[in-house]
Design a protein around this ligand. Structure first.
Ligand SMILES: [Zn+2]
Length: 363
Protein backbone atom coordinates (compact mmCIF):
# COMPACT_ATOMS: atom_id res chain seq x y z
CA UNK A 1 0.00 0.00 0.00
CA UNK A 2 2.81 2.40 0.85
CA UNK A 3 5.08 1.47 -2.05
CA UNK A 4 6.84 4.46 -3.49
CA UNK A 5 5.16 5.69 -6.67
CA UNK A 6 7.78 7.31 -8.85
CA UNK A 7 5.25 9.48 -10.71
CA UNK A 8 3.84 11.05 -7.55
CA UNK A 9 7.21 11.54 -5.87
CA UNK A 10 9.43 12.08 -8.89
CA UNK A 11 10.31 15.73 -8.23
CA UNK A 12 11.54 15.16 -4.67
CA UNK A 13 13.38 11.95 -5.57
CA UNK A 14 15.70 14.06 -7.73
CA UNK A 15 17.02 15.78 -4.60
CA UNK A 16 20.46 14.89 -3.16
CA UNK A 17 20.38 11.97 -0.71
CA UNK A 18 16.85 10.93 -1.75
CA UNK A 19 16.23 8.64 -4.73
CA UNK A 20 14.13 5.45 -4.68
CA UNK A 21 15.84 4.23 -1.51
CA UNK A 22 15.01 7.43 0.32
CA UNK A 23 11.43 7.31 -0.86
CA UNK A 24 11.16 3.77 0.44
CA UNK A 25 12.46 4.92 3.83
CA UNK A 26 9.75 7.55 3.95
CA UNK A 27 7.07 5.03 2.99
CA UNK A 28 8.13 2.75 5.84
CA UNK A 29 8.46 5.55 8.42
CA UNK A 30 6.12 6.56 11.22
CA UNK A 31 6.08 10.21 12.30
CA UNK A 32 4.16 11.39 15.38
CA UNK A 33 2.81 14.94 15.24
CA UNK A 34 1.60 16.34 18.54
CA UNK A 35 -0.76 19.26 17.98
CA UNK A 36 -2.42 19.77 14.60
CA UNK A 37 -3.08 23.48 14.85
CA UNK A 38 -1.16 26.08 12.86
CA UNK A 39 2.15 24.21 12.96
CA UNK A 40 0.92 20.62 12.99
CA UNK A 41 -1.59 20.96 10.17
CA UNK A 42 1.12 22.29 7.83
CA UNK A 43 3.63 19.66 9.00
CA UNK A 44 1.09 16.85 8.56
CA UNK A 45 0.20 17.98 5.05
CA UNK A 46 3.86 18.31 4.03
CA UNK A 47 4.71 14.83 5.34
CA UNK A 48 1.61 13.19 3.83
CA UNK A 49 2.39 14.76 0.45
CA UNK A 50 6.04 13.66 0.74
CA UNK A 51 4.91 10.04 1.22
CA UNK A 52 5.59 9.36 4.90
CA UNK A 53 3.83 6.00 5.33
CA UNK A 54 2.31 6.43 8.79
CA UNK A 55 1.32 9.54 10.72
CA UNK A 56 -0.01 9.68 14.26
CA UNK A 57 -1.87 12.94 14.83
CA UNK A 58 -2.63 13.97 18.41
CA UNK A 59 -4.77 16.98 19.31
CA UNK A 60 -7.22 17.70 22.11
CA UNK A 61 -9.15 20.44 20.36
CA UNK A 62 -12.00 21.08 17.95
CA UNK A 63 -11.83 23.35 14.90
CA UNK A 64 -12.91 26.93 15.70
CA UNK A 65 -13.51 29.92 13.47
CA UNK A 66 -10.39 31.76 14.74
CA UNK A 67 -8.26 28.77 13.60
CA UNK A 68 -9.07 29.15 9.89
CA UNK A 69 -6.80 32.20 9.42
CA UNK A 70 -3.70 29.95 9.69
CA UNK A 71 -4.60 26.27 10.11
CA UNK A 72 -4.33 25.18 6.52
CA UNK A 73 -6.01 21.77 6.68
CA UNK A 74 -9.39 23.07 7.88
CA UNK A 75 -12.39 24.70 6.21
CA UNK A 76 -15.80 26.03 7.28
CA UNK A 77 -17.38 22.60 7.17
CA UNK A 78 -14.94 21.37 9.84
CA UNK A 79 -16.05 23.83 12.55
CA UNK A 80 -16.88 21.92 15.71
CA UNK A 81 -15.17 18.69 14.60
CA UNK A 82 -12.12 17.31 16.40
CA UNK A 83 -9.07 18.63 14.57
CA UNK A 84 -7.53 15.19 14.16
CA UNK A 85 -10.66 13.88 12.44
CA UNK A 86 -10.87 16.81 10.03
CA UNK A 87 -7.14 16.48 9.40
CA UNK A 88 -7.34 12.76 8.69
CA UNK A 89 -10.21 13.27 6.23
CA UNK A 90 -8.32 15.94 4.31
CA UNK A 91 -4.97 14.13 4.36
CA UNK A 92 -6.60 10.94 3.10
CA UNK A 93 -7.92 12.91 0.12
CA UNK A 94 -4.43 14.27 -0.50
CA UNK A 95 -2.58 10.94 -0.21
CA UNK A 96 -4.63 7.78 0.35
CA UNK A 97 -1.40 5.76 0.72
CA UNK A 98 -0.67 7.50 4.03
CA UNK A 99 -1.94 5.57 7.08
CA UNK A 100 -3.21 8.02 9.68
CA UNK A 101 -3.95 7.42 13.35
CA UNK A 102 -6.15 10.25 14.65
CA UNK A 103 -5.97 10.64 18.43
CA UNK A 104 -8.48 13.17 19.80
CA UNK A 105 -6.91 13.28 23.20
CA UNK A 106 -4.86 15.38 25.58
CA UNK A 107 -1.33 13.99 25.59
CA UNK A 108 -0.46 13.36 29.23
CA UNK A 109 2.19 11.54 31.22
CA UNK A 110 -0.11 8.54 31.74
CA UNK A 111 -1.04 8.05 28.09
CA UNK A 112 1.81 9.55 26.04
CA UNK A 113 3.74 6.37 25.28
CA UNK A 114 0.60 4.45 24.30
CA UNK A 115 -0.89 7.30 22.22
CA UNK A 116 2.35 7.82 20.28
CA UNK A 117 2.72 4.08 19.68
CA UNK A 118 6.20 4.05 21.17
CA UNK A 119 5.95 0.40 22.21
CA UNK A 120 4.16 -0.75 19.04
CA UNK A 121 5.17 1.07 15.88
CA UNK A 122 7.96 3.24 17.22
CA UNK A 123 8.01 6.70 15.61
CA UNK A 124 11.14 7.64 13.67
CA UNK A 125 10.56 11.22 14.81
CA UNK A 126 8.30 13.15 17.19
CA UNK A 127 7.27 16.58 15.98
CA UNK A 128 6.09 19.26 18.39
CA UNK A 129 3.18 21.28 17.04
CA UNK A 130 1.83 22.27 20.44
CA UNK A 131 1.35 25.71 21.94
CA UNK A 132 2.10 24.89 25.57
CA UNK A 133 5.24 24.22 27.55
CA UNK A 134 3.73 21.45 29.64
CA UNK A 135 3.37 19.17 26.61
CA UNK A 136 6.64 20.39 25.12
CA UNK A 137 8.68 19.32 28.16
CA UNK A 138 6.78 16.04 28.31
CA UNK A 139 7.84 15.42 24.69
CA UNK A 140 11.47 16.21 25.57
CA UNK A 141 11.33 13.65 28.41
CA UNK A 142 9.84 11.05 26.06
CA UNK A 143 12.29 11.76 23.26
CA UNK A 144 15.35 11.53 25.51
CA UNK A 145 14.12 8.42 27.38
CA UNK A 146 13.39 6.53 24.16
CA UNK A 147 16.16 8.14 22.05
CA UNK A 148 13.67 9.33 19.43
CA UNK A 149 14.55 12.54 17.55
CA UNK A 150 12.37 15.52 18.52
CA UNK A 151 11.64 18.42 16.19
CA UNK A 152 10.58 21.42 18.21
CA UNK A 153 8.93 24.55 16.78
CA UNK A 154 7.09 27.56 18.13
CA UNK A 155 5.50 30.58 16.45
CA UNK A 156 4.08 33.78 17.88
CA UNK A 157 3.16 37.16 16.43
CA UNK A 158 5.25 37.62 13.26
CA UNK A 159 8.02 35.10 13.96
CA UNK A 160 9.09 31.84 15.48
CA UNK A 161 11.79 29.45 16.61
CA UNK A 162 12.86 25.95 15.60
CA UNK A 163 15.25 23.46 17.21
CA UNK A 164 15.92 19.78 16.57
CA UNK A 165 16.93 17.42 19.38
CA UNK A 166 19.05 14.45 18.29
CA UNK A 167 20.64 11.99 20.68
CA UNK A 168 23.68 10.77 18.80
CA UNK A 169 26.31 11.74 19.79
CA UNK A 170 25.12 12.40 23.39
CA UNK A 171 27.03 15.68 23.41
CA UNK A 172 24.15 17.28 21.49
CA UNK A 173 21.79 19.42 23.61
CA UNK A 174 18.23 18.52 24.51
CA UNK A 175 15.54 21.14 25.11
CA UNK A 176 16.32 21.29 28.84
CA UNK A 177 20.03 21.86 28.19
CA UNK A 178 18.98 25.07 26.46
CA UNK A 179 15.96 26.02 28.61
CA UNK A 180 16.15 24.03 31.89
CA UNK A 181 12.64 24.88 33.08
CA UNK A 182 9.50 26.11 31.36
CA UNK A 183 8.47 29.70 32.10
CA UNK A 184 5.82 30.04 34.82
CA UNK A 185 2.31 29.85 33.33
CA UNK A 186 0.91 33.20 32.29
CA UNK A 187 4.28 34.98 32.06
CA UNK A 188 4.66 34.81 28.29
CA UNK A 189 2.47 36.23 25.53
CA UNK A 190 0.35 33.70 23.62
CA UNK A 191 -1.31 33.56 20.21
CA UNK A 192 -4.48 34.72 21.94
CA UNK A 193 -2.87 37.81 23.46
CA UNK A 194 -0.14 38.74 20.96
CA UNK A 195 -1.71 37.45 17.74
CA UNK A 196 -0.02 35.29 15.15
CA UNK A 197 0.76 35.67 11.46
CA UNK A 198 -0.29 32.74 9.26
CA UNK A 199 2.85 32.88 7.08
CA UNK A 200 5.07 32.85 10.22
CA UNK A 201 3.53 29.59 11.44
CA UNK A 202 3.78 28.14 7.93
CA UNK A 203 7.51 28.98 7.69
CA UNK A 204 8.33 27.42 11.07
CA UNK A 205 6.17 24.38 10.25
CA UNK A 206 7.89 23.95 6.90
CA UNK A 207 11.31 24.02 8.58
CA UNK A 208 10.04 21.36 11.00
CA UNK A 209 8.71 19.21 8.15
CA UNK A 210 12.05 19.48 6.34
CA UNK A 211 13.87 18.48 9.55
CA UNK A 212 11.60 15.45 9.96
CA UNK A 213 12.26 14.39 6.36
CA UNK A 214 16.03 14.81 6.83
CA UNK A 215 15.88 12.67 9.98
CA UNK A 216 13.95 9.90 8.21
CA UNK A 217 16.33 10.00 5.26
CA UNK A 218 19.31 9.79 7.62
CA UNK A 219 20.66 13.19 6.61
CA UNK A 220 20.20 15.15 9.86
CA UNK A 221 23.13 14.06 12.00
CA UNK A 222 25.65 15.77 9.70
CA UNK A 223 24.33 19.20 10.71
CA UNK A 224 25.65 20.85 13.89
CA UNK A 225 22.97 21.60 16.49
CA UNK A 226 21.40 25.01 16.08
CA UNK A 227 18.43 27.20 16.89
CA UNK A 228 16.68 28.95 14.01
CA UNK A 229 14.89 32.23 14.64
CA UNK A 230 12.72 33.92 12.04
CA UNK A 231 10.79 37.18 11.95
CA UNK A 232 8.87 37.75 8.76
CA UNK A 233 7.95 41.41 9.33
CA UNK A 234 11.51 42.53 10.04
CA UNK A 235 12.91 40.06 7.49
CA UNK A 236 15.39 38.52 9.95
CA UNK A 237 16.49 34.91 9.62
CA UNK A 238 19.07 33.82 12.19
CA UNK A 239 20.77 30.49 12.89
CA UNK A 240 22.38 30.34 16.34
CA UNK A 241 24.89 27.56 16.91
CA UNK A 242 24.10 25.24 19.83
CA UNK A 243 27.42 23.45 19.47
CA UNK A 244 28.42 24.37 23.05
CA UNK A 245 24.92 24.24 24.53
CA UNK A 246 24.99 20.70 25.92
CA UNK A 247 24.74 20.91 29.75
CA UNK A 248 26.96 18.24 31.37
CA UNK A 249 24.65 18.46 34.42
CA UNK A 250 21.37 18.43 32.44
CA UNK A 251 18.67 16.81 34.63
CA UNK A 252 17.11 15.19 31.55
CA UNK A 253 19.65 13.98 29.00
CA UNK A 254 22.55 13.49 31.50
CA UNK A 255 20.97 12.62 34.85
CA UNK A 256 18.02 10.95 33.13
CA UNK A 257 15.35 12.36 35.40
CA UNK A 258 11.96 12.60 33.66
CA UNK A 259 9.59 14.56 35.93
CA UNK A 260 7.21 15.52 33.13
CA UNK A 261 6.80 11.88 32.17
CA UNK A 262 6.36 10.96 35.82
CA UNK A 263 3.09 12.87 35.66
CA UNK A 264 3.40 15.20 38.61
CA UNK A 265 2.08 18.10 36.52
CA UNK A 266 -1.41 16.83 35.63
CA UNK A 267 -4.51 18.65 36.79
CA UNK A 268 -8.06 17.48 36.26
CA UNK A 269 -9.49 20.87 35.27
CA UNK A 270 -7.64 23.35 33.16
CA UNK A 271 -8.49 26.68 31.65
CA UNK A 272 -7.41 26.59 28.02
CA UNK A 273 -5.25 29.61 27.40
CA UNK A 274 -7.28 32.71 26.52
CA UNK A 275 -10.07 30.62 25.09
CA UNK A 276 -13.10 31.04 27.38
CA UNK A 277 -12.99 27.25 27.55
CA UNK A 278 -12.39 24.85 30.42
CA UNK A 279 -11.11 21.33 29.82
CA UNK A 280 -12.17 18.60 32.21
CA UNK A 281 -9.91 15.57 32.02
CA UNK A 282 -11.12 12.04 32.63
CA UNK A 283 -9.60 10.17 35.58
CA UNK A 284 -6.06 9.01 34.84
CA UNK A 285 -5.74 5.51 33.45
CA UNK A 286 -3.04 3.06 34.35
CA UNK A 287 -0.04 3.12 32.08
CA UNK A 288 -0.63 0.36 29.56
CA UNK A 289 1.66 0.29 26.57
CA UNK A 290 -0.09 -0.09 23.21
CA UNK A 291 0.54 -3.34 21.42
CA UNK A 292 -0.28 -4.41 17.89
CA UNK A 293 -3.07 -6.54 19.35
CA UNK A 294 -4.52 -3.60 21.25
CA UNK A 295 -4.61 -0.63 18.86
CA UNK A 296 -5.38 2.87 20.15
CA UNK A 297 -9.11 2.41 19.51
CA UNK A 298 -9.23 -0.19 22.30
CA UNK A 299 -8.59 2.55 24.87
CA UNK A 300 -11.81 4.40 24.04
CA UNK A 301 -14.71 3.62 26.24
CA UNK A 302 -17.59 6.08 25.79
CA UNK A 303 -20.56 4.99 23.67
CA UNK A 304 -20.90 8.23 21.71
CA UNK A 305 -23.95 7.14 19.72
CA UNK A 306 -25.86 6.46 22.92
CA UNK A 307 -24.64 9.73 24.39
CA UNK A 308 -25.72 11.69 21.29
CA UNK A 309 -29.16 10.07 21.46
CA UNK A 310 -29.51 11.29 25.06
CA UNK A 311 -28.30 14.83 24.40
CA UNK A 312 -30.74 15.58 21.56
CA UNK A 313 -33.30 16.75 24.11
CA UNK A 314 -30.83 19.19 25.72
CA UNK A 315 -29.93 21.11 22.59
CA UNK A 316 -28.57 20.91 19.04
CA UNK A 317 -26.15 17.96 18.94
CA UNK A 318 -23.28 17.23 16.55
CA UNK A 319 -21.94 13.68 16.52
CA UNK A 320 -18.60 12.78 14.89
CA UNK A 321 -16.54 9.60 15.08
CA UNK A 322 -14.66 10.79 18.16
CA UNK A 323 -16.88 13.45 19.75
CA UNK A 324 -20.35 14.67 20.63
CA UNK A 325 -20.98 18.44 20.86
CA UNK A 326 -24.09 19.90 22.46
CA UNK A 327 -25.12 23.56 22.42
CA UNK A 328 -26.90 24.56 25.61
CA UNK A 329 -28.77 27.79 24.84
CA UNK A 330 -29.81 28.46 28.41
CA UNK A 331 -26.24 28.27 29.72
CA UNK A 332 -24.80 30.04 26.63
CA UNK A 333 -22.29 27.19 26.52
CA UNK A 334 -21.14 24.47 24.16
CA UNK A 335 -20.00 21.15 25.59
CA UNK A 336 -17.85 18.72 23.60
CA UNK A 337 -17.38 15.21 24.94
CA UNK A 338 -14.61 13.09 23.44
CA UNK A 339 -14.56 9.33 23.21
CA UNK A 340 -11.76 9.16 25.81
CA UNK A 341 -14.02 10.87 28.38
CA UNK A 342 -12.44 14.30 28.14
CA UNK A 343 -14.82 17.29 28.09
CA UNK A 344 -14.42 20.82 26.73
CA UNK A 345 -16.86 23.42 28.08
CA UNK A 346 -16.87 26.61 25.97
CA UNK A 347 -18.55 29.77 27.23
CA UNK A 348 -16.98 29.98 30.68
CA UNK A 349 -13.63 30.43 32.38
CA UNK A 350 -14.88 29.19 35.76
CA UNK A 351 -13.92 25.54 36.42
CA UNK A 352 -16.74 25.06 38.95
CA UNK A 353 -19.34 26.36 36.51
CA UNK A 354 -17.83 24.22 33.74
CA UNK A 355 -18.13 21.13 35.90
CA UNK A 356 -21.75 22.01 36.73
CA UNK A 357 -22.60 22.46 33.04
CA UNK A 358 -20.86 19.19 32.12
CA UNK A 359 -22.78 17.42 34.88
CA UNK A 360 -26.07 18.35 33.15
CA UNK A 361 -25.00 16.06 30.33
CA UNK A 362 -22.82 13.48 31.98
CA UNK A 363 -24.68 13.18 35.28
ZN1 LIG B 1 19.79 17.97 28.13
Amino acid sequence: MTDARPDRYHRQMLLPGWGAAGQQRLAQAHAAIVGVGALGSVIAEQLARAGVGTLTLVDRDIVELTNLQRQFLYAMGDLGSPKVEAARARLTQINPDCRIYAEATDLRADNAEAVLGIHAQRPAVIIDGTDNFETRYLLNDLAVLHAIPLVYGGALATGGTQMTVLHDPPSRPCLRCVEPDPPPPGTLPTCDTAGVLGPATAVIASIQAAEAIRIILGLASDTPPSLVQVDLFSGQFRRMSLAGAHDPACPCCVRRQFPYLAGTHDTSERLLCGRNTVQISPPAVSRAPATPAAPPAARRTLDLAALAARTQSLGPTRHTAQSVSVTLAQEAAEVTIFADGRILVSGTTDPARARAIAARIMG
